[in-house]
Design a protein around this ligand. Structure first.
Ligand code: FNR
Length: 376
C-alpha cells in the first residue's frame, strides 16, 4: 500500500506518532496549557470558516507560489520553531531544515533546540529563520545574533508570548521535568517504544545544545530550572528597539494577538507580524489565532504570518482568506517525523499541497489570495 493510502491526512500521522514515541515525549509535543480550551478554540474557529463555491470555472491550474518579505516560496507554508525538537525524533532539526530547504520552504530554528545555529544554518541556504527567546545578558544577546547571522540565518523571529513559563499540566502529569531527567517512570515509558529508543540511543541522547553553547554558567545545568529560563528575560518595547538596531536582516515578532499592538510594531520597524497563540500552550483564555487574524489584518499593512492549529491545506486557505500572507506549523511536522522518520516531512508537504490544490479546484480559484474577495 502506498504511503498516501496509509497516511492520507495529518490525523493519520498524528495517530501513528502517538503510538511510536514515549508518553512523556507525546505529552510534551501535543499538550497545551490549562483545560486546553484555547487549543480547542483554535480547531473550532478554523472549522467554522466556510466558503460557498461558485460554478462553471472551467479547467484551472492552481498556483501556490508566494512572496514573503522579498523571498519567493513555492507554497505559502513552512516550519515553525519547536524547542527540543530532537527529543521528539532524533536529528529532527537538521532533518526538517534539509527537507524544508529542499522543497524551497522556510525553516525556523528554536533558541531551545537540540542543535546549534552552526549545525543547522548552513542547511538552509542562507534562507533560514532563527527564533529568539530573548536573553537578558546583552553580551549573550549580541553573541546569539552574531552566531545566527554567521551561520546563515537571514530572518530573526522574536517570540513575545512567553513572558513567563506556562504550566502545561498534561506534561507535568506524565512525569516530565525541566530539564528532562530520565527517572524510572520515564524509562518505563521509553521501554514501551522500542523504535524511538533505538533511534534515539543510536544518535546519542538529545540535549539543549544551543543553550549549552551560550551558557558559561555550568551551575545552570544542574539547576531544576530549564537553562532557557535562566537566560531569557521578558522583553519590552525598548528591547525590540535594541534588537531592530542590532539585527540587519528581516525581523519578525511572533505571538501577536492584539490588534492594538500592530501599528506599534510597524513603527518599531519590524518586517512582519506573526499572529499566534502558541498553539494554546501559553494562555488558556487567549482567542483562537484565526479569530484575532482579521482584526490585525485591518490594523496594519505589514505581512502577516499565521499559526496555531493548522492541520490541512484547507486550513492554510482559511488563514489566507482571513488575511495571512504565510502559514507556519509546529506539531504537524513532528507528527510526520515521528510517524515516518526521514520520509515524513516530504509526505506532509505532499498532503498539504494536494489538499490546497483540491480545495482551490472546488472553489475555482488559481491563487489562494483570491479567497479574500469571498470573505467580508
Ligand atoms: C512550540 N512553539 C515554540 N515557539 C517558539 O517561538 N519557540 C519555541 O521554542 C517553541 N517550542 C515549541 C515546542 C512545541 C513542542 C510546540 C508544539 C510548539 C510554538 C510553535 O512555534 C508554533 O507557534 C505552534 O506550534 C503552532 O501551532 P501548531 O502548528 O503546532 O498547531
Amino acid at each position: 500500500m502506498s504511503i498516501d493510502a496509509r497516511y492520507p491526512a495529518i490525523s493519520d500521522l498524528r495517530a501513528r506518532a502517538e503510538r511510536r514515541i514515549p508518553k512523556f515525549v507525546w505529552e510534551y509535543l501535543d499538550s497545551a496549557t490549562g483545560n486546553e480550551a484555547t487549543k480547542a478554540r483554535n480547531r473550532a474557529a478554523l472549522d467554522a470558516i466556510g466558503f460557498t463555491p461558485s460554478i462553471l470555472h472551467g479547467e484551472i491550474t492552481p498556483n501556490l507560489t508566494t512572496t514573503l518579505m522579498g523571498e519567493t516560496y513555492p507554497a505559502p507554508f513552512g516550519v515553525a520553531p519547536v524547542g527540543m525538537s530532537g527529543l521528539v525524533w532524533p536529528d529532527a532539526e537538521r532533518t526538517l531544515a534539509r527537507a524544508a530547504t529542499r522543497a524551497g520552504l522556510p525553516y525556523c530554528l528554536s533558541t531551545v533546540a537540540t542543535q546549534t545555529p552552526e549545525t543547522v544554518g548552513p542547511l538552509t541556504d542562507g534562507r533560514g529563520w532563527f527564533q529568539l527567546y530573548p536573553p537578558r545578558d546583552p553580551e549573550i544577546r549580541l553573541d546569539m545574533l552574531r552566531r545566527a547571522h554567521e551561520s546563515g540565518f537571514s530572518t530573526l523571529v522574536l517570540t513575545v508570548d512567553v513572558p513567563v513559563a506556562s504550566r502545561r499540566e498534561r506534561q507535568l502529569r506524565s512525569g516530565l521535568t525541566q530539564p528532562p531527567r530520565l527517572t524510572p517512570r520515564l524509562l518505563a515509558q521509553v521501554a514501551l517504544r522500542p523504535a524511538w529508543a533505538f533511534e534515539t540511543w543510536s544518535h546519542g541522547m538529545p540535549h539543549m545544545r544551543t543553550l549549552d553553547a551560550y551558557s558559561s554558567d555550568t551551575s545552570a545545568r544542574d539547576s531544576t530550572a530549564h537553562v532557557g529560563y535562566l537566560l531569557r528575560t521578558s522583553p519590552d518595547w525598548d528591547y525590540l528597539t535594541w534588537l531592530r538596531e542590532h539585527w540587519q536582516g528581516k525581523l519578525v515578532v511572533k505571538g501577536v494577538l492584539n490588534p492594538a499592538d500592530a501599528p506599534r510594531l510597524q513603527e518599531a520597524g519590524v518586517d512582519a507580524i506573526w499572529v499566534s497563540n502558541h498553539a494554546g500552550r501559553q494562555f488558556d483564555a487567549a482567542p483562537a489565532s484565526i479569530t484575532a487574524l482579521p482584526q490585525i489584518r485591518a490594523a496594519t499593512r505589514l505581512p502577516l504570518i499565521f499559526d496555531s492549529g493548522v492541520e490541512s491545506g484547507l486550513d492554510i486557505l482559511r488563514a489566507i482568506a482571513l488575511g495571512a500572507d504565510f502559514v507556519m506549523m509546529g506539531r504537524p511536522w513532528h507528527y510526520a517525523l515521528a510517524a515516518l522518520g526521514r520520509d515524513g516531512p516530504a509526505h506532509l508537504i505532499d498532503i498539504l499541497t494536494r489538499d490546497m490544490i483540491a480545495n482551490m479546484g472546488q472553489l475555482g480559484i488559481t491563487r489562494p489570495t483570491w479567497l479574500r474577495r469571498q470573505i467580508g
